[in-house]
Ligand binder design. Structure first.
Ligand code: CU
Length: 354
């Protein structure tokens, strides 16, 4: 009898737990946050602009004068190789970096339990650097720009619906991400002897590390009265590496959403990311600049995000057009070694169910 009641109560609880209102998708910066009903398709486009300015050393601001006193770890190496002398100290200072990312995505649900997701990423990176004299005086010589842009990675994931009620849903994420594009692009730099020459750009300016990563994660979304609280944990782990690779990543998102109306929702998000430093090395990447050192990568960041999701009717179709925006600002950056400081990130996105 109890068993039958349980089955009955299961049937009475509406399966369509979360509406198709603006609030039903997470803040824009969170992907793999929702799943679809059998047979549904969704396409998405996300554009991200990230700005970095100035430098931090083990999490604290560091002025140019102090960076110029930092040892250049390649100085002795070069001399051992019998090549021209390298400055004993760092002499090229990153000043500003802009990273633009375009992400094309598609989702398809072969069943109510499983949603498949594919994403293709395009990156555009630009950095401005100041070169100083490598020897006495350490005078400023001039500035230069380096840039790179290309398709950077592709990923395929499956979302598995673990549990769904009218108040809460849980799903697992499992996927693979392959780095595409060059990992040894060259660029013209200005060296501390005031000469321009072509060399392999530092790791941070490379479009990809060409590694294959396993993506795994879990998402929970809970409804509390008119609000939604979301949680997501995602781990990216390298399973096939090249001569060098960006470190493994652990990312946790916690968000709260509310609605202004059916068609407009707002969000506050905390984003925590912990990434290992670079593994391996490319021996062609050797310059008196912090970004040439694999130890100056990774670390922990805590970001605060504010976002808006909207639904409108611009394009034809059975479903509404979803436009979203999110702005992220770092609260705390405890990065490994000497690195540029994140300033702010803006995300713009469009999503549509077909
Ligand atoms: Cu979707």
């Amino acid at each position: 009898m109890i068993y039958r009641l349980l089955i009955l109560s299961f049937l009475i609880i509406p399966i369509d737990a979360f509406s198709s209102d603006a609030i039903s998708h997470a803040p824009l910066g969170v992907t793999a946050d929702h799943f679809h009903k059998k047979g549904e398709w969704m396409v998405s486009l996300r554009v991200t602009n990230m700005e970095m300015k100035n430098n931090i050393f083990n999490g604290n601001s560091i002025p140019t004068k102090k960076i110029l006193n930092q040892p250049n770890p390649f100085a002795s190496e070069i001399m051992n190789m019998g090549m021209a002398k390298m400055p004993k100290n760092l002499s090229v200072i990153p000043k500003k970096m802009t990273m633009k990312m375009v992400m094309l995505g598609a989702m398809y649900a072969p069943s109510d339990k499983v949603t498949l997701m594919g994403m293709l990423m395009f990156d555009d990176k630009e950095m401005t650097l100041d070169t100083h004299n490598g020897e006495m005086g350490r005078n400023y010589i001039g500035s230069f720009n380096t840039s790179s842009s290309d398709i950077s990675k592709i990923s395929f994931s499956g979302l598995y619906n673990l549990h769904e009620s009218d108040k809460s849903r849980w799903h697992l994420i499992l996927g693979l991400e392959q780095g595409l594009g060059e990992n040894s692009k060259k660029g013209i730099v200005l060296n501390p002897m005031n000469m321009k020459f072509s060399t392999t750009l530092p790791y941070g300016m490379q479009i990809s590390d060409k590694a294959l990563r396993l993506l795994s994660g879990i998402t929970n979304v809970t409804k509390l009265e008119d609000f939604i609280i979301g949680n997501q944990l995602v781990i990216k782990k390298i399973i096939s590496e090249k001569n060098w690779n960006f470190g493994d990543e652990f990312e946790y998102n916690l968000w709260l959403q509310g609605s202004f109306s059916k068609n407009v929702s707002y969000s506050i998000r905390l984003n925590y990311k912990d990434q290992d430093s670079i593994g391996g090395r490319d021996k062609a990447i050797m310059a008196p600049v912090q970004t040439s050192n694999p130890n100056n990568y990774g670390g922990q960041t805590l970001n605060l995000g504010l976002g808006i999701n909207t639904l409108t009717d611009i394009f034809v179709g059975e479903h509404k057009d979803r436009f979203s925006i999110e702005i992220l600002k770092p609260i705390d950056q405890d990065m490994n070694g000497l690195q540029m400081k994140d300033d702010f990130t803006i995300l713009l996105g469009f999503q549509k169910m077909l």
